[in-house]
Each structure stands twice: as C-alpha cells, then as structure tokens.
Design a protein around this ligand. Structure first.
Ligand code: NAP
Ligand code: ZN
Ligand code: ZN
Length: 349
C-alpha cells in the first residue's frame, strides 16, 4: 500500500481538511497514475453534505480526474508509463450483466457501478476520489486523454462532459434540433458547447442575464433569464430537448411547458428533494420526462475524442487544494465560471 495526501470531509458540516489515505498496490491489471488535476462537481458537494444520503466518512471526493501514468501491472495492455489518462465517476462494475456487456456500465444491474469515491471496491476497501496525489484503477475503467486537450481543462469532461454528451447523443441531437439548457454551471456550459458542436440551435435558460455574454460566446444562439417576467410564456413549446442541469429543485411545470410536441425534458440535476410534475405539463403536448446518468466507458472515451476533434474543453478556474472549501461556497452560490479544477501538485509531494 502507498500513503497519499488527500483532502477529505469527515462530517456533513465541517470543512474538507488535509489528511492521508492509502492506495492499493498495483495488481496485474491496474494502472497507477499521479493525479494532476481534479474537477469539483456539484455532486461532490451534495455527497459530502449528506444531501442525498449519509455518506461513508471520511469522503475524499473527486470524479473528474486527470493525470499521468506512473506504474502499470504486468497484464496491462492499454496503457504505458507517461500516458495522459483520466478517471470519471466509477472505477468498476460487475462486467457481466447485459448493461455492462453493452458498454453501459453506468447502468450496471449486477451490483451497480462502483463509485470513484464513497463506495467500496472489490478489495473491500473504501474508494477515494481525485482530491489526492495518486490513484490505482483497473485499466478497463481508465480513459486516454488526447494530446490535443490540456489536462486541466480535460478533467471536467470526465463527468460534466460525458453527462451532457450522452443524452444529447441518445436523443439524436444534431442540425435542426432545438436544445434548451437550464443552468449555466459545470454541466450546463458543457451542454452548450457540445450541443452547438453537434449542430443544434442552443438556448440557455439561466436565472439571470449575468452570464449572457459567456453563454453566447460558448455557442448559444439565444439566452433567457428565467427570472424575467414573460420568459416561460414566450418560450412555450419551443424545444425538442431540454437538459436540466440545475442542482436545486425548480418549479418544474413551467420548464416542462417549454418542451414542444413529443419532445423530451431530460433531468440531469440531482437536487435533494423529489421532483414535482404537474400532470398537465406533460400530457398536453405528449411530452416525455427522462433522466440520464453520466455515460459508459466507451462513450466517455468518445466524448474526449469528440472534444479533441472539435477543439472543445471546459472553461475552468484552477485552484490550490486549500481553496476547496471556498470554492464549494462559490459553486453553491452559482458563482463559478464554469468549473473549479484543483491543481493537486501539493498533494503529490
Ligand atoms: P453547478 O456548476 O453548480 O451548476 C448548476 C447551475 O444550476 C448553476 O450554475 C445555476 O446556473 C443553476 N442553479 C443553481 N441553483 C439554482 C436555483 N436555486 N434555481 C435555479 N437555478 C439554479 O453544478 P454541476 O456540477 O453542473 O451539477 C449540476 C447538477 O447535476 C447537480 O445536482 C449534480 O449533482 C448533478 N449531476 C448529475 C449527473 C448525472 O449523471 N445525471 C452528473 C453530474 C452532476 P445559472 O446561474 O445559470 O442559473
Ligand atoms: Zn460529477
Ligand atoms: Zn454490470
């Protein structure tokens, strides 16, 4: 075992503090890599603050991880020393069920995917995420980060990128699609960039007009503030696909009514409380409401390659680990443009 520095939460209310964790020895099929950057996803905050369920403290969050390979097991075929790699939201799954076989490991029904943190690995040990100096992961769950992508701006593609790419592909977004993106945060800004690159006409629905210039620069054709009177009425029946990336509960009926006939409202955000769906907001226009969680390993590689090919990466603010707690407050206040990424250098030494 190797001792590694990390930032961990030990309760739902206290700050994350510096500590040490252990990483397992590299097995025959494992890859060890130095973590260079780790994105801060709103899911990290929901988890450590026990907004979903009671987590297993200490929690070392981080599932947008990018770094460089330092050791490979004797049977590893896909990676070598010095490779630029990433790990997203899960580090294992049953590998046997129909969904795993179909490359949909995120929907594993043979015990479920094993989360990168706040889970228990095959070895019975708690899993710990990217707010640390290095990690050991089975090669089947490690991604290649293309040379064209900077490691820091690529890290958020491992969650925010794939989470928005997968539903855009699933619902066949392309030229002619009218896509609404609710919330311009980590997921939202990637949704705008990816849907635009796919040829869709994108509209941002943000709480205010504060980020309008950014939204249009990222590729959106239209930008509306949901706080402005008249926005919902004006945009009734306007979209084929809406991706809702908001981390809080919304007055959902008003948003659903912006979906056009046979369109779909895809819930990506995971707020603390149940969604309330007024029946007439979906039966009126034969609308669908759906959900989607991250993406499989093959599709995660696909989004990394897609971003490299299209010159897309995340818009980031790089921070030192001792800024994590302040960054959390800023994420919760929607004051992030558009992803905090931790430079983990001080955790490697
Ligand atoms: P984020 O960076 O905090 O972005 C969320 C955005 O939602 C904010 O920037 C803000 O955008 C808007 N918002 C926040 N509070 C709001 C409120 N009270 N009313 C209306 N709008 C509000 O978060 P994120 O990392 O993108 O994650 C978003 C959500 O997706 C989280 O719940 C997270 O857990 C979930 N998630 C799900 C998956 C999945 O696989 N489905 C994967 C990753 C994350 P504006 O300022 O533009 O309004
Ligand atoms: Zn995430
Ligand atoms: Zn499975």
């Amino acid at each position: 075992m190797t001792v590694v520095a990390a930032y961990a939460a030990t309760s739902s209310t206290g700050p994350l503090t510096k500590t040490t964790i252990t990483r397992r020895d590299v097995g025959p099929r494992d890859v060890r890599f130095d973590i260079h950057f780790a994105g801060i996803c709103h899911s990290d905050i929901h988890t450590v603050r026990a907004e979903w369920r009671q987590p297993r403290y200490p929690v070392v969050p981080g599932h947008e991880i990018a770094g460089i390979v330092t050791e490979v097991g004797s049977e590893v075929t896909g990676f070598k020393l010095g490779d630029r790699v990433g790990v997203g939201c899960f580090v294992d799954s049953c590998r046997d069920c129909d969904n795993c076989a179909a490359g949909l490991e995120q929907y594993c029904i043979g015990g479920g995917m094993i989360g990168t943190y706040n889970s228990v690995g095959r070895d019975g040990q708690p899993t710990h995420g990217g707010y640390s100096g290095s990690i050991v992961v089975d090669e089947n769950y490690v991604l290649h980060i293309p040379e064209a992508l900077p490691l820091d701006a690529a890290a958020p593609l491992l969650c925010a990128g794939i989470t928005t790419y997968s539903p855009l592909r699933h619902w066949n977004v392309g030229p002619g699609s009218r896509v609404g993106v609710v919330g311009l945060g980590g997921l939202g800004h990637m949704a705008v960039k990816l849907a635009t690159a796919m040829g869709a006409e994108v509209t941002v629905l943000s709480q205010s007009l504060k980020k309008m210039e950014d939204g249009l620069r990222l590729g959106a054709k239209n930008y509306h503030a949901t706080s402005e009177p008249g926005t919902f009425k004006k945009l009734r029946n306007s979209f084929d696909v809406i991706l809702n990336t908001v981390s809080a509960n919304l007055d959902l009926g008003r948003y659903l009514e912006m979906v056009d006939l046979d369109g779909v409202f895809v819930e990506l955000g995971a707020p603390e409380n149940p969604l309330v769906v007024p029946p007439f907001s979906i039966i009126g226009m034969r609308r669908s409401i759906a959900g989607s969680v991250i993406g499989g390993i093959a599709e995660t590689q696909e989004v990394l390659d897609f971003c490299a090919a299209h010159g897309i990466a995340s818009e980031i603010e790089v921070i030192a680990p001792d800024y994590i707690n302040e960054a959390y407050e800023r994420v919760v206040a929607s004051d992030v443009r558009y992803r905090f990424v931790i430079d983990t250098e001080s955790l490697r030494s």
